[in-house]
Each structure stands twice: as C-alpha cells, then as structure tokens.
Design a protein around this ligand. Structure first.
Ligand code: ZN
Length: 133
C-alpha cells in the first residue's frame, strides 16, 4: 500500500528565515514554492535523496499550520506516505478502524491527491497519504 516516504511537512513561522537554514546552512536546494489556498499555506519544496522536506508557512492566522504552531510550536507537522491508489488506501484504513480527516482525497501541493488520517488513531502522528500520477 505504502510505496515510500513522500515528504516531511515542517511547520515554520517565517519561511524566509527557515529557508536560510535549509539552503544556506544545511545546503539543500529549493526546488520551488507554491501557495495552496485551500490549506491556507505556502509550501517550499526541498528534495533530499528520494524524498523531500516541505516547509509550511501559514498564510492565514486561522489556517491549520497557524493553529499547529499556536498549540505545539514550530516543528514536524506531518509525515506523508506515497501510495499508488489513494482511494483504496483510504478504504483499507477505514475498514480497519482508523479515523480519517479526509474521507475523500483532495488536491494538495504539486497537484498530488492527498488525504489525512486522524492523529488520534495513529499514535499522535499526523499521516498524509499522497498519490502522484
Ligand atoms: Zn504534506
């Protein structure tokens, strides 16, 4: 079901400052940025090997990333696992009693189909399932 670790989502309060850390100090390459209106978030993509770091900066004080930082501070917000069939993966998880945040996939950064599992059912980890065609 799960193919690979697609990306690690990191909530940051200042994208520009964080990018300095990841690019100038840690030497990673910024591949691009994108604003996902639906999630009220600006995303920066930094590939690393076969996966990538995605920095997430909220564009709205009421957005999920802003709420996350308010509650927990900056840091790792979610893990995204690549699946080859997201509808089947969601059905699989639901059948086994996992709580879903998204019953149906929606579109995330990079045009991927994404859906989140509720962290209450996954030992506190916000897991994103992600399908890229
Ligand atoms: Zn993600």
């Amino acid at each position: 079901m799960i193919v690979k670790l697609d990306h690690i989502g990191i909530a940051v309060s200042n994208m520009e400052e964080s990018l300095k850390l990841y690019t100038e100090i840690l030497g990673m390459k910024l591949e691009g940025t994108e604003t996902v209106e639906e999630q009220k978030v600006k995303v920066a993509f930094l590939p690393v090997g076969d996966t990538e770091v995605e920095l997430l900066e909220s564009t709205d004080a009421e957005g999920p990333v802003a709420k996350f930082i308010e509650n927990k501070g900056q840091g790792i917000q979610h893990l995204a696992f690549r699946v080859d069939d997201i509808e089947a993966a969601l059905a699989h998880c639901k059948e086994r009693g996992l709580r879903l945040i998204d019953e149906k996939p929606r579109y995330g950064a990079g045009g991927a189909k994404i859906a989140f599992l509720h962290p209450k059912g996954t030992n506190g980890v916000l897991i994103e399932l992600c399908q890229r065609d």
